[in-house]
Design a protein around this ligand. Structure first.
Ligand SMILES: [Zn+2]
Length: 337
């Protein structure tokens, strides 16, 4: 998982906040319980003092009688405290330090080097917010992917396969990509006409990769090259660091390549991204509505040869799904009238 320092710091600050809140809550519990049952304070103080004595005795290497005497004393005191808590209607852990995560006690770590599951969850949430996909992914994910938009009646002249078979292959390869993510860098090249589900499929994949707490960056190609042009030609400070994140995030999705204004700048930037991410062993998904021949002509053969060698090709075919959805809606509304 590639968390930047700034993201890591934000997570650790959240743990600090939780720990201070826990300390405040414990203080409130103590005040409340001691006011109602003053004897509890005496017992709690005695427990603290016996625990300290036991630790001192252990540090001295004293494992004889006095150590086990402290042990026994502590057991009696705890029993008495639990009885008083119970009799006065308090939960048994009312005087223990509260915490949101009992696994790591709100430290983020289970052991020195092992992060807790709640840390991973927080990292995933941050990365999800920053992916630029938050709203989209609520509507576009594998749960909502439907094969019903792909025909099993017509066959493609080139491949001899139906749109449905193409879609099934696409989903199978996408699932494989998701399963293997993190073990080695894999890349997908999704191509096909407008409206056949390329963007939807890339969103489905993004959703699953984000759930695994990897960093995902999604860019419609027009926005990406626009950002890079600003960085190169106007040296905008807001885009500082952006290129580094583009080259280094765990998964970069470059959507709808071919819709931007293509020129030598765009072509050279695409080569830089494709090549650099391969060297850094980072995964990339490219989608385009250009056919392979046109793609190679627009973006240079050196970029395309890198893609051929390192990407899995997915070809989606069929009718324009967006138009199909609109038609279905019209028919449904028509039936209601
Ligand atoms: Zn935890």
């Amino acid at each position: 998982m590639a968390l930047e320092n700034i993201q890591y710091d934000a997570i650790m600050r959240e743990y600090d906040r939780r720990q201070s809140q826990n300390r405040r809550r414990l203080e409130e519990h103590r005040e409340h319980a001691y006011r109602q049952v003053p004897q509890l304070k005496e017992i709690q103080d005695a427990i603290a003092s016996s625990s300290a004595q036991r630790i001192r005795s252990r540090l001295k290497g004293d494992c004889s009688e006095s150590s086990s005497a402290y042990e026994k004393k502590l057991q009696i005191l705890s029993k008495e405290r639990n009885r008083l808590l119970h009799e006065n209607g308090f939960p048994p852990d009312y005087l223990d330090m509260p915490c949101e995560c009992p696994l790591c006690r709100d430290t983020g770590y289970i052991s020195r080097n092992k992060k807790c599951a709640c840390f991973q969850k927080m990292a995933a949430d941050i990365l999800y917010q920053q992916s630029g996909l938050k709203e989209i992914l609520e509507k576009e994910n594998f749960e909502l992917f439907s094969f019903s938009f792909y025909s099993d009646r017509i066959r493609d002249d080139n491949t001899g396969k139906t749109p449905l078979e193409h879609a099934q292959f696409a989903v199978e390869k996408s699932q494989e990509f998701i399963r293997q993510f993190g073990n080695a860098a894999h890349n997908l090249f999704i191509y096909g006409d407008t409206g056949v589900g390329k963007t939807f499929l890339s969103h489905c994949i993004a959703c699953e990769i984000l759930k695994k707490a990897y960093s995902v960056l999604y860019f419609p190609s027009y926005d990406l090259f626009d950002l890079l042009a600003k960085k190169t030609f106007s040296k905008e400070s807001s885009s500082e660091g952006a290129l580094e994140y583009i080259l280094n995030c765990d998964l970069l999705i470059l959507d709808d390549l071919g819709t931007e204004l293509t020129n030598s700048f765009v072509s050279s930037q695409l080569f830089l991204i494709v090549n650099e991410r391969m060297l850094r062993e980072r995964s990339t998904i490219i989608s385009t509505n250009k056919d392979l021949e046109t793609f190679s002509e627009i973006y240079s053969t050196r970029t395309f040869s890198r893609i051929i060698q390192n990407y899995v090709f997915i070809n989606l075919i069929g009718k324009d799904i967006r138009r199909d959805i609109r038609t279905r809606k019209i028919i449904q509304e028509d039936k209601r009238l």
